[in-house]
Design a binder for this molecule. Structure first.
Ligand code: R5P
Length: 306
């Protein structure tokens, strides 16, 4: 059965149509004192359940999701898979003295709530796969990006990573496009009290560049990356990110930094504004998830990480 949070109904329809997952209604309400309450009508014992809905907004949805899975498990669900196209908290994956390690915390909450495995798209880092304590199947968006790069005639642009961590993403996209596996240029990045700063470009680019990253949140990383690229002579920039959070307004500066177009996916339901913007394209992840579900059904234990 497929239990989908309301903002994921469109994706739910795309998934259940393909594999006959039975939609199951549930309600998530609050008592007057704001405590959450979940109710799932009908028989649950022995069922194989999929819960669909990203962890965003991060606090309310994490608690709703884990309460829902606990309720399913409590009533005898046999197996629970979380389909969380965007996995919030995954960026908090580094051990720093006196600071929370929220990726591990979120994973242990999920495990304690009876989730058996997570199906997600482009998880932030390989470290998350260890921190989560339950199997994390991360799907690469590279094939979606490659299709767009071909159809927009961008195959001559240089793919650049905005930091060293994004190099493997760039390489996956290059492979999907069919480009030679040459060195991938990347920018050296550090975070200061004033935000993200890119100090230098490692490698060479042509005047047309494609930046590939896992997410555009405030846009601070990409704004700084574009400033650096412009200073080295880059004239046209295209941005491909998996998760388009578009938090706040600072990211809009990208339009004055030679950025011609932003491509993101619908792992997070796009805002009406993003949909209406002709310079933003939103690529559907339903085909990736459908294929992954088919592989789960046929017993292939996991899909390769990005
Ligand atoms: C950082 O390591 C991530 O891959 C992203 O580059 C970053 O978190 C994006 O956040 P923002 O858009 O706020 O700079």
């Amino acid at each position: 059965m497929l239990l989908s949070f309301p903002d994921y109904q469109q994706l739910a329809s795309a998934l259940q149509g393909a594999y006959g997952l039975e939609p199951r209604l549930f309600s998530m309400a609050r008592f007057d004192n704001q405590e959450l309450y979940a109710a799932i009508p009908g028989h649950l014992a022995g069922e194989c359940c999929f819960i669909l809905g990203s962890i965003t907004p991060p606090d309310e949805r994490l608690i709703s999701f884990t309460l829902l899975s606990h309720t399913l498990r409590q009533h005898g669900a046999r197996q629970i898979t979380g389909i969380l196209p965007y996995l919030a908290y995954a960026r908090q994956d580094k051990i720093k003295e006196g600071e929370s390690l929220a990726a591990a915390w979120a994973g242990s909450l999920m495990k304690a709530s009876g989730i058996d495995r997570i199906l997600t798209v482009d998880v932030h880092s390989e470290r998350d796969e260890q921190l989560f304590q339950i199997p994390l199947i991360s799907l690469s968006p590279a094939s979606l990006f490659a299709k767009e790069i071909h159809s927009r005639g961008l195959t001559d642009a240089t793919l650049v990573a905005p930091d060293s961590g994004a190099v493997r993403r760039c390489q996956a996209v290059k492979a999907a496009v069919g480009l030679p596996d040459a060195d991938t240029p990347y920018l050296e990045k550090k975070r200061t009290d004033h935000g993200v700063v890119h100090s230098s470009l490692v490698g060479k680019t042509c005047s047309e560049v494609i930046l590939v990253d896992d997410m555009l949140d405030t846009g601070g990383t990409l704004v700084s990356a574009c400033e650096k690229l412009i200073s080295t002579g880059v004239e046209e920039i295209y941005i491909f990110v998996t998760h388009g959070l578009f938090t706040g307004e600072a990211w809009r500066k990208l339009w004055s930094l030679n950025v011609k177009h932003i491509f993101c996916t619908d792992t997070i339901p796009p805002s009406a504004q993003a949909i209406a913007d002709k310079n933003i394209s939103i690529l559907a992840v339903a085909p990736l998830l459908r294929e992954a579900l088919a592989r789960l059904e046929t017993g292939v234990p996991s899909c390769p990480a990005v």
